[in-house]
Design a protein around this ligand. Structure first.
Ligand code: SF4
Length: 201
């Protein structure tokens, strides 16, 4: 079971890894397929995408599922379905006859490229190594994702409250510039850590 979505599927190392697993006969279950992140920026492509998909009878949410499902190397998707609306949308996408066109996929890829800095890929070993003390940057990014992408402030705050008090204090005042320099997605880590302390504490 691995994190896989319309953003990560274009990265060369991910493509090679999926192909290697497929060749080795390893079943792959994708999770975090929506590609939500700690930042939610406005994107013209996202608006265009939503309009285009709606005309074709499905939502951008369903399109993101289809982008993963239509790859026969992916055996299944593990999706959180906290309400009946999402359950119905997932079921409709699973049994529907709709398929993404090349143009649909290109739009998803364009959106992924334009909003690259909205998404934390969870590669915490990269951003943590430049810090003078160990701080759980990728975990806090995930809590912000719960808050902003999943719109689940309760879960985000519960997770954040589980961090030791000393760590929460350091998140607000540490110098994250070495971590920002190491981040392949150029996330404004210091600003996001301070936002997390303000929003989630
Ligand atoms: S290096 Fe960037 S993308 Fe990777 S975990 Fe750290 S903040 Fe997220």
């Amino acid at each position: 079971m691995f994190t896989y979505n319309y953003r990560l599927m274009h990265e060369p190392r991910m493509r090679a890894a999926v192909q290697a697993c497929h060749r080795a006969g390893i079943g792959l279950t994708a999770m975090k397929t929506m590609g939500g992140g700690p930042v939610k920026s406005d994107s013209d492509t996202e608006v265009k995408m939503a309009g285009r998909f709606m005309q074709k009878g499905f939502s951008d949410y369903q399109a993101k599922l289809l982008a993963v499902w239509e790859d026969s190397r992916i055996a299944s998707i593990c999706a959180q379905m906290p309400n009946l609306t999402l359950l119905a949308a997932n079921a409709a996408a699973a049994v529907g006859q709709v398929r993404l066109s090349q143009g649909d996929r290109a739009l998803l890829a364009r959106h992924a490229a334009e909003t690259c800095g909205d998404y934390c890929a969870g590669c915490g070993e990269l951003c943590s190594q430049g810090l003078s003390q160990p701080l759980p940057v990728s975990d806090v990014m995930r809590y912000l994702m719960y808050y902003r992408a999943y719109q689940d402030p309760g879960l985000a705050r519960d997770c954040f409250a589980g961090l030791p008090g000393q760590v929460r204090q350091e998140l607000a005042r540490a110098d994250f510039s070495p971590a920002e320099a190491a981040c392949p997605r150029r996330l404004p880590i210091g600003q996001l850590m301070r936002e997390a302390v303000n929003i989630l504490a």
